[in-house]
Structures are given as C-alpha cells and as structure tokens.
Design a protein around this ligand. Sequence first.
Ligand SMILES: Nc1nc2c(ncn2[C@@H]2O[C@H](COP(=O)(O)OP(=O)(O)OP(=O)(O)O)[C@@H](O)[C@H]2O)c(=O)[nH]1
Ligand SMILES: [Mg+2]
Length: 323
Amino acid sequence: MSEAMKLVRNELGADAIIVSTTDNGSNGVRITAAVETPDLDLDFAATNSESNAIDQICDALDRHGMPQTLVDRLLNTATTLASADTIQTLAGALDLVFEFTTADMSTDRPLILFGPPGAGKTSAVAKLAARAVVNRTPATLVTTDTLRAGAVQQIEAYGERLKLPVKTAKSPADLASVVDDIAPNHLVLIDTTSVNPYTAEDLDRLSAYADAVDAERLLTINAGRDALEAREIAIAFQTVDPSRLVFTGMDMSRRLGSLLAIADASQAAFSEMSHTAEIVDGIHPVNPVKLARLLLEHVHVPTTQADRRPNFGDATRQATSWK
Ligand SMILES: Nc1nc2c(ncn2[C@@H]2O[C@H](COP(=O)(O)OP(=O)(O)OP(=O)(O)O)[C@@H](O)[C@H]2O)c(=O)[nH]1
Ligand SMILES: [Mg+2]
C-alpha cells in the first residue's frame, strides 16, 4: 500500500486526493486518486460567468418590458451561444433572432420614410440627406406631405441648409413622374404625410404613394412606446410592407422593449437609429453589438450627463450642428 501511495504522489503530486483503496490480495492493491487541475478551476469559473451573462441579459430584457414570448426566444438563443461575455452573448442572440441592414445610401433606389405622426420622419430624411452630403453623394429631397400646415416649408428649410433640391409631389402619379425626372446619380429621399396606423384611409393613401415608386420602405418610429402598443402599430403598418426600421428619439427613451417588439412583429430589419434632434451626424446604423450595449446600458439609471448619451463609438461629430 505505501509503495502504491508513493506511485500516486509521484504521478499526481502532493495535492492528490485518495478516493478509494482496494486490497486485491496476492495481486496487490488498487488506489483511485484524483487531483484538481488549474484547467478544471478555469472551466468552473467559465460556467459561472456564462450563467452570470444569461442572468444579466434576463434582468435587462425584463427591465425593458417586452412580450414574454420574445424574451423567451432571446434567452433560449443566448443560452445556446454559451459565452461568458454578456454583450457578445446578447449581440449574438439579437443577430440570430433579428435582421440588421443599414439604409442603402447608393443611388439605386429611392428611400421612402413613413410612420405615425411626429415620429421624426422629416428630420430622419434630413439626417440621411446630411449623411449623403458628407459622403459627397448628390441627393434630392421629395415630400408628399402637402397636407400638414408647414410641412413643405419644414423640408424646404432643411434643403436650403444642406444646399439640396426639394421637390413636392401632390399625388402618387405626381410622385412617380417627379422621381422619374430626377437625375439617376441622385439619392432620392422621400418624406410622407403622417399615418394613423389604425385608420384604413391613411394606410391606403400611404400605400398608393409607396406603390407609385420602386423605393426601399423605411418604417420610422420613435422609441419609448409601450411595447404591446408598438407591436400593434407594426402589425398595422405591415400592409405597407416596410423592409427596414428607423428608430428615433433614442435619447429620450430608456425602455427599449418597443424596438424589439416592432422588429419582431414587422419582420423588417433594424436599420438606423437617431439619438438627437440635430441633423448633421444625427442618425447612425444599428448593429447587434450597438443594440446589445444599449439594452444592457439602460438597465442602470444614469446619474451623470455623460451617462445619458448612448456611446455611438464610430460617430464622427461634425463641426456644425443645427436642428
Ligand atoms: N430629441 C430628439 N428629437 C427628435 C429626434 N427625431 C426627431 N426629433 C424632433 O421631433 C420633432 C418632430 O420631428 P419631425 O421630423 O418633424 O417628425 P415627423 O414625423 O416628420 O412629424 P409629422 O410630419 O408632423 O408627422 C421635431 O421637433 C424634431 O426635432 C430624435 O432622435 N431625438
Ligand atoms: Mg414630417
């Protein structure tokens, strides 16, 4: 036995723990020993971090308030990714559950923005136009909003500041011919009259304009809505078949459940986010990591001014900014 013990110590070191011993009579003794290796310690720590990450994601999703079925889907997906990094785990789950595509700023197709009243449509058109100016892409603004008092003047003011042409279309047929007349190397950005999503007449009017041109359809909605209400709004807008989502007012909202509820119900891709009323550098593409950061960031209540602003790391702030 003492000889066998010496062999165990030589093989496994002084920290070896004897699990069992058996006397095999004339055949000698059998000793079963074990040792805790540093590798085993590391594995154990990683497992803890992974479940920590899932707990943090669970807390964050709860706090943002969103349909339970969606929370379950994200958590199930996050669990399969099994990473110790909370942001990466949530980003991975968001990437698998939702689609992310930035607004196509090539001049191939016009972009038409629509959404409920005051959602930030006209400002978003101007913000995308400002991006085109920075990228040196020629652009033309078109508005079909000839209904709201002052709407044409508002977009003309943006056009004047950005030194871009602004055109007005009074009917779907008019929109088709206005867009046809614009030089093909121009990015065409189309603003629309606001739509009450629960009014068939409003939705029909919007559809008629959207169908008049072959444009990328961007549903524009301000953040901070009740998630269930937002979901119903997205379902109502499905008749217009949006392909991308623009979220505005990100600076005025800490509960982001409505964003995920809208993306889930509309089946449209996360595309752009605006976190300021300023036009220049006022809109940014969304990707899974940015969205994950926002969802996790907003879990704590910010206490300083610096905390209040989401960190859009790749944003290059321009020298001039104006509303
Ligand atoms: N803080 C903040 N304000 C915003 C943002 N986007 C738009 N706004 C402000 O929201 C208000 C409404 O914006 P508009 O772009 O006129 O909204 P709209 O959807 O075109 O409005 P209607 O055409 O009347 O339906 C304006 O005062 C904008 O400056 C944003 O991301 N953050
Ligand atoms: Mg408007």
